[in-house]
Design a protein around this ligand. Structure first.
Ligand code: FDA
Length: 371
């Protein structure tokens, strides 16, 4: 078979790798000037710079962990971001270190009692917006210092105007454990993420072309190939004919500084409302300080509203959009030659391990079971 893969991110690359392994010809087109989608990393001053935001691989699925380890060796990086609220530093996710710093409590029982006491402000009221939902989960202090400003910046809306369901849970841990993820496996590929996609695409049966937009030749492509794996935006594929899905975008501001260590941690969240960015990433800490000792690279991440032409970093999975997505998915089912995949093609908040799993599912459906 001859496949066209639109988008060289993790979904497209996983499919291309598996298809070529089974003797199929694959053409990968990518509209950016580089491969690897949002997991793209680039070496600057010996530091792997995560060009599209901090990427930490984590999973509890051994099969996926073994799968990705074929393409890179992973270090033992453990995600433990910190929050900076007007100069006060707190550990994340909310855990005994956070509670001790906030309230001086020492035992889990004392922390739980404090949270319970603070939740009382709501009485028996059923949470009707995000503010009330957050307070019902973690009380007023954590909400005010660590949730409110950050969430309002991320969504560009007041927490009192945001629906409660956005935060069904807030991870609260009554142990002195700063590890953000509960997963069995996590780490960062030594030497960056781009090599993973490079290795996936390194087959004689795969041809890669960057700087090409599928929409410039949409019908020709569909006619020319047996099947198309499309990992761009599903609403754009259908020319937004049912309306636009909503996305949130981001703006990254990257700076090289002449110091070895700027903030002492890979990820620092700014949780007040006044600081315009949500976080600063210091890339060399993902690899324990590897790189030039007189330099460091930091990236400030600014949330942004999305307009046509912007990068659709986050799907906004509210009721309206999920409903609209289902309508687009129904249209997609009427396109026998096109398979929609990945974060934008399936309009899902997929992490990397989930993207690999979803791509391997398509491989099973398309390349194994149809044989
Ligand atoms: P991805 O967007 O990577 O690739 C799609 C590709 O298609 C892009 O390269 C795009 O340019 C191309 N394309 C789109 N339209 C096209 C067209 N018309 N023609 C040609 N090419 C086209 N996950 C995780 O596990 N841990 C983490 O820490 C993070 N952190 C994180 C931070 C930020 C800021 C974001 C935005 C995301 C994360 N993620 C994450 C999620 C992770 O980035 C995501 O799961 C994968 O990159 C998704 O891979 P895809 O292939 O689906 O999309």
């Amino acid at each position: 078979m001859n496949y066209l893969v639109v988008g060289s991110g993790l979904f497209g690359a996983t499919f291309a790798y598996e298809a070529a392994k089974r003797g199929n010809h694959v053409k990968v087109i990518e509209k950016r000037d580089h491969i690897a989608g949002n997991i793209y990393t680039k070496e600057i001053d010996g530091i792997q710079v995560h060009q599209y935001g901090a990427h930490i691989f984590h999973t509890s699925n051994k099969e996926i962990w073994d799968y990705v380890n074929q393409f890179a060796e992973f270090n033992r990086y453990t995600n433990s971001p910190i929050a900076n609220y007007k100069g006060e530093i707190y550990n994340m996710p909310f855990n005994m270190n956070t509670f001790n710093k906030l309230w001086g409590v020492i035992t889990p029982e004392e922390a739980q009692a404090k949270i319970n006491e603070q939740k009382q402000v709501l009485g028996d009221k059923k949470p009707e917006n995000l503010e009330e939902q957050a307070i019902s989960l973690i009380g007023t202090d954590i909400y005010q210092k660590l949730v409110k400003g950050y969430t309002e910046k991320q969504w560009g809306q007041k927490t009192t105007d945001l629906p409660a369901f956005i935060i069904r849970r807030l991870p609260v841990r009554l142990t002195y454990d700063n590890n953000y993820f509960n997963d069995t496996y996590q780490g960062i590929p030594i030497g960056g993420y781009t090599q993973i996609v490079e290795k996936m695409l390194a087959s004689d049966l795969i041809e890669v072309e960057t700087g090409v937009d599928f929409f410039d030749y949409k019908q020709e492509y569909i006619d020319q190939y047996d099947k198309v794996i499309f990992t761009g935006m599903i609403d754009q594929f259908f020319d937004y004919k049912l309306g636009e899905l909503s996305y949130r975008s981001l703006r990254f501001e990257t700076e090289e500084l002449n110091v070895d260590n700027y903030q002492g941690n890979a990820v620092v969240n700014y949780t007040d409302a006044e600081t315009p960015y949500t976080r600063i990433i210091e890339h060399k800490h993902f690899e324990f300080g590897k790189g030039d000792k007189n330099k460091t690279i930091v990236t400030r991440e600014y949330p942004a509203s999305w307009h046509r032409g912007d990068e659709p970093y986050y799907p906004v999975n509210n009721e309206r959009n999920n409903h609209l997505y289902k309508e687009y998915r129904d249209l997609a089912l009427q396109e026998p030659k096109v398979i929609f995949g990945g974060r934008s093609g399936q309009y899902r908040y997929y992490d990397m391990h989930q993207v690999i799993r979803a791509a391997l599912q398509v491989v099973t459906d398309e390349l194994i079971e149809q044989k």
